[in-house]
Design a protein around this ligand. Sequence first.
Ligand code: PHE
Length: 341
Amino acid sequence: MTTKLTEIRAEFEARLAALSDLDALEQVRIAFLGKKGSVTELLKDLKNVSGEEKRVLGQEINLLKRECEERIAATVQDLKAKELERMVNSAESYDITLPADLSTGSYHPITMVRKELVQIFASMGFIVEDYFEVTDDYHCFEALNIPKNHPARDMQDTFYLDNGQLLKTHTSAAQNAIMRKYGAPVRAIFPGRCFRNESIDACHENTFFQMEGIMIDENISISNLIYFMKTMLSEVFRKDIKVRLRPGFFPFVEPGFELDISCLICGGDGCPSCKNSGWLELCPCGMIHPNVLTAGGIDTDKYTGFAFGLGLTRLAMMKYGIKDIRDLNSGSLKTLTQFHK
Ligand code: PHE
């Protein structure tokens, strides 16, 4: 049995040295420490041994087991660190000075993120709606519980047309129309271009993209909201994403939240990208305010719902490591053709 132990130890080390991702590591864990793993089998075989030999062997096998566990834990850390390095490097591989490759067309980074999100939400039963870029005060503000002279309007100054209409400041402007069109229950997402009268810098644009989502049904609660956001974000970033909610104020939700995700760069330990907090602010959301449901013709005794407003532009910047928002609207093929997929 002692030779077997030595063999297993050597095989374990060899397989560990050969693997390069977490899935492969899990396979190794199962092969050695799983219910039918070779180390587990050794422990089971102990019942055929007796006396002093059993005691000594038992100790040795347990030692091997502990060794394997520790080596696996260390390899997890190692692989995560390598993945982080890869992510950071790929974020930096975006280089504005590279010559443009015009041999094939490519999607705009925001379109790529939008298409991916649409697919994820469609698989969860959400319909995808389109909405105008030009709308009116009622849909953009009043129907969302933001009456005239409400201070919340200050943050959403926009461009007004001569006929009194305006360019929508957020995708929430479509909520009322969608509630009226479908009634309840409804699950819908509506991506769209939004406008705000902002001074432009690396983080602010007067034209940007959001994707709104609403889900209205009986017994919808904050847990549903958290579940959908977590599932969606884990798919977008292709790893398990932790989320947390902080209180946030938006007149059209009550309670309202800011949803943060664990920092993608440091995994939550704290780094310059997350200002050492371990969290990144990603998506405002909340339970739809009864006044908004009522304005949409929905019976508030029977239905509740959640809404979220995902910043598509921000998400694309995070996903592709784009540091200046202006690149996205620049129309520069030099920049935009670097995100081929
Ligand atoms: N529309 C809000 C904004 O653009 C975001 C939001 C959407 C907040 C849905 C809560 C719920 O600032």
